[in-house]
Design a binder for this molecule. Sequence first.
Ligand SMILES: *Cc1c(COP(=O)(O)O)cnc(C)c1O
Length: 372
Amino acid sequence: MKVSAEILSLVPYKPGKPISEVQREYGLSEVIKLASNENPLGPSPKALQAIHKSLTEQHRYPDPSCYDLIQKIATKWNVPATQVGIGNGSNEIIDLLIRIFCEPGDSILTTEAAFVAYKVCAQAARVKIRTVPLRPDLTMDLKAIADDFYRNPSSKTQLIFIPNPNNPTGTAVGGGEMEEFLTRLGNRDDVLLVFDEAYTEYVRDPNFKAASSFYNKYSNVIVIKTFSKVYGLAGLRLGAMLAPEFVLELYNRVRNPFNVNELAQVAGIAALDDVEYMQASQKSVWEGLDYFYKELTRLKLPYFKSEANFVLFDTQRNAELCFKNLLAKGIILRPVGNYGFPTYLRMTVGQKDENQKAIAAIEKMLSEVPKN
Ligand SMILES: *Cc1c(COP(=O)(O)O)cnc(C)c1O
């Protein structure tokens, strides 16, 4: 069979190692996973209740239009329901946007060390990915992205992806820079600006502005949101986007009719209403980050201040070796060599006792893995 070079050279997305696998491989009963930026509080109690209520209806197909969920999002996020789309996680939305708007030979443009889903989806669609370097403080350089767009018309950039805050760096770009970027590229009819806002609820930087606050002023802005992080529903796979109507019209033609299951739909509605859970999630992440900063400073390990629910820190060692050493201690973190950080690990904020155990394991690991 003929298979394209892009498909043959695809490197599959490497998810965080599952707890059950580490238990099996290392014969451990207690394993702490701080590898996938999940919400450690468990699902919102309101979402659980809604799921429970919906269980007996699971012999029915889900609502293919996600009507109730879309109405709820439109109200909560103050946009017309005709500008809301739902996906099987934001991953599906990213994948479909690339398939809808790019042909083989077109490009998407983003930053170095951007969330890896853009690259995987682009390559699978035989679409090129262009990246511009990060600044030394690992923030995205929106000016360089806009420059690249104007300098390289032959690359046929159809979509620009801005993960803000970014994963795995945890950094965010400020409102001023965002406004400049939108002044240069907003309202063009030949490129879509896709802001992937998986972590905005955790941002503490007062200079930050979510793209949703600019959304109404521009005809080519898309905002992607996920229910996997602060809404605590990673397992159910639920993502949403705010987008111009012409985008949604195409999206609804291309997506599978039943792309989002009913449990995800009812849980999403309930989670959006669970303000208490959301606030508890934010508080636990902020406290956990401050604890990590304090401890990493004590251990003399450099880190990047994070606007998300994880921190990227420098082990000053071969991070793969550190990762394996910590696995044997029952702590799963995420090596990020594939993003260009061979000595760094990404650590998600967990529950208080999980954070403490992770730090204790890291402290021990430092004396067991040789420094570079
Ligand atoms: C975690 C994450 C998502 C969420 O992906 P889902 O498919 O919705 O689980 C999206 N974007 C970024 C940058 C992320 O880190």
